[in-house]
Write a protein that binds this ligand. Structure first.
Ligand code: NAP
Length: 248
């Protein structure tokens, strides 16, 4: 695999485990120095150990992305410790599912806070350093629910739709500064977030996937490694499904 990200510093939020860790590993394989960021210090340390296991370089910064001061500290610490920020992947996300008529305001606010405001917070903190250097690659993780909504996920679907609008706005505002911004729509990916579903529901989900299997965090990482590469320097404002042909 080419190491064309060798000079690049990449921040991945929610990368102590799950899709975020898969993304971090793929960027590391391409040579990037990784900032593992997670709300849990234990998971963040575990993420760094995984990167070191494959011969990569990583530091960690604990941050709850829903809090602006912590998001800003993440970006500023990255610049202070590693000298720059080239790649920002907004992956951190939570779900608190229930039908809207039963959804608590707390569940609404928590999911919007992490999945939408969290994306704004890190982008807001990183965008000026990127504009000054006239280089940036931003990837935001949305979800298939962004387009048509999803039963039991009013908060999650609304946040993920907002992520797409935020992505496209960022792309429009910053293209002339050589900053690309794209969104990824993962399909059904095997992580702790999905492992909680009952076996029957799992099988139904997999039956809707052309490739006949759930995706892996590395499947998402492969796409992102391409989107932040030089070969993808003219690709911005995009929304890309990585779902093995999943039809909902
Ligand atoms: P996951 O296994 O639950 O991992 C989520 C990660 O985000 C964890 O490391 C978690 O930290 C971290 N996190 C949670 N709240 C945070 C906060 N406030 N600040 C910073 N980090 C926080 O989920 P996943 O399946 O890997 O999902 C990753 C992203 O993909 C999410 O945005 C999700 O919505 C999206 N997605 C997933 C699927 C799927 O099929 N899995 C499909 C579509 C979209 P802790 O470990 O400390 O909890």
């Amino acid at each position: 695999m080419s190491r064309d990200l060798a000079e690049k510093i990449a921040v991945v939020t929610g990368s102590g485990r799950g899709i975020g860790l898969g993304i971090a590993k793929k960027l590391c394989e391409k040579g990037a120095t990784i900032v593992i960021s997670d709300i849990s210090e234990e998971n963040a340390k575990a993420g760094v150990a995984e990167i070191e296991k494959i011969g990569g370089k990583a530091i960690y910064v604990v941050a709850d992305v829903s809090k602006y001061d912590q998001a800003e500290n993440l970006i500023q610490t990255t610049i202070k410790e590693l000298g720059d920020i080239h790649i920002l992947v907004n992956n951190a996300g939570i779900n608190k599912d229930s039908m809207m008529h039963k959804m608590s305001v707390d569940a609404w606010n928590a999911v919007i806070g992490v999945n939408l405001t969290g994306v704004f917070n890190t982008m807001r903190a990183a965008i000026n350093p990127m504009r000054e250097k006239e280089y940036g690659r931003i990837i935001n993780i949305s979800s298939a629910s962004y387009l048509n909504g999803n039963i039991g996920q009013a908060n999650y679907a609304a946040a993920k739709a907002g992520v797409v609008a935020l992505t496209k706005t960022c792309a429009k505002e910053n293209g002339k500064k050589n900053i690309t911004c794209n969104a990824i729509v993962p399909g059904f990916i095997d992580t702790e977030m999905t492992r909680g579903v009952p076996e029957k529901a799992w099988d139904i989900m997999v039956s809707k996937i052309s490739m006949g299997r759930a995706g892996t965090p590395e499947d998402i990482g492969n796409m992102i490694a391409f989107l932040v590469s030089d070969e993808a320097s003219y690709i911005t404002q995009g929304v890309f499904e990585v779902g093995g042909g999943m039809v909902l």
